[in-house]
Ligand binder design. Structure first.
Ligand code: IVH
Length: 688
């Protein structure tokens, strides 16, 4: 048993180690140890803290997660009120000039002193939620919303889940320091989060700002913990025992030195012209900045001068928000076009009269799907409100019905929107999936919009494995009219290929060899190569094993298909739909005509015996010794299956270096996590 002192050392070491790996994982996105090892460290710390309550600490990494849902938030009275700032309405350079002249007037730097410029700091105005963080002797003790500025809500539990917020300040922090700043979400994080939320059947977050504000006000801290929240410090509240720096700029540097995240986009500016320059520059860069801003903030740099200027009602005289034009603008729908994606999904897209919004000129906006267009009742020639939301693609928020064009009888000129029954690209008929929400072109291999994706899939390493046929070449072949469907590949010739850009005689010959070689394949690869919706590599292997011959698969109805382990109604439906399309069968016939063949009744995939029968594995990250393919083959040889996504059915997640979201998902679901060594042990028969 550890003595107290030994336990203390170990606990301190574990905390440092865990924080280090936390930062590597969450901030640098570059995990340094397998998650299994991380979990072991974390559990050891939890156990030590439970066994030695005297060693518990509010800044321990164990304090970031968990916690019980609250019935309501407790009120927090701010020791120093959280003020708002005045907004400069002139969105042009005038904004900076007005502010500067007000400051100069207050400071009695009359026109006679025109040579003296006031020094400012220009910062970004983050579009999230203002919070106040209280650090006592460097320990994060309480976090609060702004509320009405005087009293906010205690959201400490939620803020502790934000990895950007240190639980303990670095360096020599004062006995009391309240840090003011903004909780926000990056746009890319929101897009990724929303993809996963949709996959889980949850409602996506509308935009980063709502995402941030809604998440920190969740009563259940576990919900907040699952959201990709971040934090920027921009000021201070109550302070005790600290010699404040002389300027706002140095204050921000000091906060950064305490380990608080401070945004790098800021400048010290002399006079209004330099402020206006920053406003212009950030306005141009706005679209490239990974999070939303709604303007910039100008602050008098000297804290002494800030004090001299003081406040007017609830706003400081030394700061102003200089906004950008609204991210929501009005424009007119010139047309509604139907875009066909790589998988054949039909998406209505609004063609707009070009309009400047969120730092960019937009002329397209997604309308998501037919249902959405009908719900909003968007029609051609309508005036609409457009917003550049979390997703970089702008969206149509609403129709301005008063501005809808009508005929003499007062009836709308244009009928409600309807998706066409056939694909605008190839004329194949459109099928509706998932209760009608998704419309898809059934053209499959013959639809030109899908051709590129289908061809790339067909030639892929795990499909027909044609080496040397990349996307650039495919684009050239499609553009030149040489290839439209996979079977066309088998009619290519050396002279034809050699005539293409950047293609020599030798590489043309090599490519033709690779194409020829691909003709001898396996049933499983062939099924996978067809690119049937919902049929991944592992389903293709199951189907090959079950049916043994393509004709049997083609002839199977939904019920027969659902007899295959792992094939549910959605997969069965996709397969039936695919073979029901005449052009797909014709294409298969052409491939046979091109001598594509395989051994019938082969034992393709997983062994039906072995220690891993019935076990489902997910591989993620780079394994140090094994190649991904190798690991997969060995698992399959032992009777196991490998799938691409983690679910409750997953038996093991094998995580290597740089494992990402799958690992997080495994942790969420409590799925067993192995590293390569663990997998090898299992393979050696130490009981799966
Ligand atoms: S300073 C006394 N700096 O804008 C001045 N505020 O009305 C206190 N905001 O919701 C605010 N970025 O959360 C300041 N760099 C920044 C800011 C910023 C965003 C928000 C703030 C508040 C509003 C101010």
């Amino acid at each position: 048993m550890n003595l107290g002192a030994g336990a203390l050392d170990r606990v301190q070491w574990l905390r440092r180690e865990i924080e280090f790996h936390n930062r590597a994982y969450y901030e640098q996105d570059a995990p340094t140890i397998p998650d299994q090892v991380f979990d072991t460290l974390f559990r050891e710390l939890q156990e030590l803290e439970a066994a030695h309550p005297e060693l518990a600490a509010p800044d321990s990494p164990t304090q970031r997660v968990g916690g019980r849902p609250l019935a309501q938030f407790a009120p927090v009275k701010h020791a120093v009120p959280m003020l708002s700032i005045q907004t400069e309405t002139d969105t042009g350079a005038g904004g900076a000039e007005h502010f500067d002249s007000r400051v100069r007037r207050e400071l009695e730097l009359a026109d006679t002193n025109t040579g003296v410029e006031v020094e400012y700091v220009a910062e970004l105005k983050f579009d999230g939620l203002a919070v106040s963080l209280r650090f006592e002797h460097g320990i994060f003790t309480q976090g609060a919303t702004r509320g009405d500025g005087v009293t906010g809500e205690d959201i400490t539990q939620n803020l502790k889940t934000i990895r950007d917020i240190p639980l303990r300040l670095a360096g020599k922090p004062p006995p009391l320091l309240e840090v003011r700043g903004e909780v926000y979400m990056r746009r890319d994080d929101l897009v990724r989060y929303n993809e996963k939320a949709r996959a889980r059947g949850e409602k996506p977050l509308a935009n980063p700002r709502n995402g941030a504000a809604g998440s920190v006000r969740q009563l259940d801290p576990n919900v907040a913990a699952g959201r990709p929240l971040r934090f920027f410090a921009y000021g201070i509240g109550a302070v005790d025992g600290w010699n404040l720096p002389a300027t706002q700029n140095e204050l921000l540097d000091a906060l950064a030195a305490f380990g608080l995240p401070v945004c790098a986009h800021r400048v010290v500016a002399r006079g209004w012209r330099e402020l206006a320059d920053f406003h212009d520059r950030m306005g141009e860069e706005r679209a490239q900045i990974p999070f939303d801003i709604d303007g910039v903030v100008y602050k008098v740099n000297s804290l002494a001068t800030q004090n001299r200027l003081g406040f007017r009602s609830r706003e400081p005289r030394w700061a102003v928000a200089h906004k950008y034009p609204a991210e929501e603008v009005r424009t007119v729908i010139a047309a509604i076009e139907i875009q066909v994606g790589r998988t054949g999904a039909l998406t209505p897209v609004a063609k707009l009269q070009p309009v400047f919004v969120g730092g960019v000129t937009v002329s397209n906006a997604t309308l998501h799907n037919e249902e959405e267009v009908r719900r909003k009742d968007v029609r051609v020639n309508d005036t609409v409100v457009v917003r550049r939301a979390g997703d970089v693609i702008p969206e149509v928020v609403a129709v301005v019905f008063d501005a809808r064009p009508v005929n003499e009888a007062g009836k709308p000129l244009h009928p409600p929107f309807e998706l066409p029954g056939t694909c605008p690209q190839c004329g194949s008929h459109v099928v509706h999936e998932e209760g009608g929400a998704i419309a898809r072109c059934s053209g499959g291999l013959v639809c030109p919009a899908q051709a590129r994706g289908a061809l790339l899939h067909f030639v892929g390493r795990r499909a027909m494995d044609i080496e040397g046929l990349g996307d650039k070449l495919i684009d050239q072949l499609i553009a030149g009219g040489h290839v439209r469907t996979p079977a066309d590949l088998y009619a290519l010739t050396v002279p034809m290929l050699a005539s293409l850009d950047r293609m020599g005689e030798k590489s043309a010959e090599n490519l033709i060899q690779a194409i020829k070689k691909s003709r001898s394949t396996t049933l499983a690869r062939f099924i996978f190569a067809l690119g049937i919706r919902n049929v991944g590599e592992s389903t293709a292997k199951d189907l090959a094993r079950h049916f043994g011959a393509l004709a049997a698969l083609q002839g199977a109805d939904a019920a027969a298909l659902e007899n295959v382990p792992g094939v549910g109604p959605a997969v069965a439906g996709s397969i039936v739909d695919f073979f029901a399309e005449k052009h797909n069968s014709e294409e298969i016939g052409r491939l046979f005509g091109a001598c594509v063949h395989w051994e019938e009744h082969e034992g393709t995939a997983s062994a039906s015996t072995g220690p891993f029968v019935g076990k489902l594995f997910v591989l993620t990250g780079n394994l140090p010794g094994l190649k991904r393919e190798e690991a997969k083959e060995r698992i399959e040889a032992a009777g196991g299956k490998v799938s691409g996504s983690v679910s409750k059915k997953t038996s093991y997640v094998v995580a290597g270096e740089e494992a990402g979201s799958k690992l997080g998902r495994a942790r969420e679901l409590g799925v067993a996590i192995l590293d390569e060594a663990g997998l090898l042990q299992l393979l050696q028969g130490e009981g799966a």
